[in-house]
Design a protein around this ligand. Structure first.
Ligand code: MN3
Length: 246
């Protein structure tokens, strides 16, 4: 038989469950209304649309991560970049890669903001295009030849990029770049620093900020890095390589 104390406990538990269910209903009612609109950003820089649906990279990269990553994180870099250049309209007429390419000409007052927010905008604008539904596999043509010449094999390159991605302490990126001497290389960068600020053209970038993977992979960065290789758009990376070779 249930004692009074047990009965009270059971009642309390039941109300708690009801309260939770109500909260969950409220949340799902909100999310079924669709994603919140991207805030209107006034300024010279704009958020490029994601070139595919949020769920295009499932199951490797989940839809919610893509939505928050693009609509919130990237949007915030754009907003903050616009805020930074608001006082310097002549800078806003330049491409973000030109600002990043020579930070010494950016007024000191906004140099850190351009490096971080401009870097965030530029890096992510590339990052979305470096992935696609049904991507993965290996590069072909000139890029494959270049990778084999520089690293010995595609497998060695993959290991090296993975090592750079896992070795990046805290937030940052791991890149395949083409340097000023037209040599391929692996380059980790902290925060939103872009290889372009070191006169290196980014060809492939792997975002290892926790916001890029935490919802699905939590602390398992190696699983996320392996998943990233399943969605790389090697055609796009190959085009970047051709352009950078000139
Ligand atoms: Mn990111």
């Amino acid at each position: 038989m249930m004692t009074r104390r047990q009965a009270l406990k059971t009642t309390a538990l039941a109300s708690a469950i009801c309260a939770t269910a109500t909260t969950l209903r409220t949340v799902s009612a909100q999310s079924s209304a669709g994603p919140a609109p991207v805030p209107v950003v006034t300024g010279p820089y704009t958020l490029p649309p994601l070139p595919y649906k949020f769920d295009a990279l499932e199951p490797h990269i989940d839809a919610l991560t893509m939505q928050i990553h693009h609509d919130k994180h990237h949007a915030a870099y754009v907003t903050n970049l616009n805020k930074a250049v608001a006082e310097f309209p002549e800078l806003g007429r330049k491409r973000v890669e030109d600002l990043l390419g020579d930070l010494s000409v950016v007024p000191e007052k906004i140099r850190v903001a351009i490096r971080n927010q401009g870097g965030g905008h530029y890096n992510h604008s590339l990052f979305w295009q470096m992935m696609k539904k049904g991507g993965g596999g290996q590069p072909a043509g000139e890029l494959l030849k270049g990778i084999e010449k520089r690293f010995g094999s595609f497998g060695v390159f993959k290991d090296e990029l993975t090592k750079a991605a896992l070795g990046q302490f805290g937030s940052g990126w791991a890149w395949l770049v083409l340097d000023g001497n037209k040599q391929l290389g692996i380059e980790p960068t902290p925060n939103q620093d872009s290889p372009i600020s070191q006169n290196k053209q980014p060809l492939l970038g792997l975002d290892v900020w926790e916001h890029a993977y935490y919802l699905k992979y939590q602390n398992r960065r190696p699983e996320y890095v392996a998943a990233f290789f399943q969605v790389i758009d090697w055609e796009f990376v190959g085009e970047q390589y051709k352009k950078a070779l000139g």
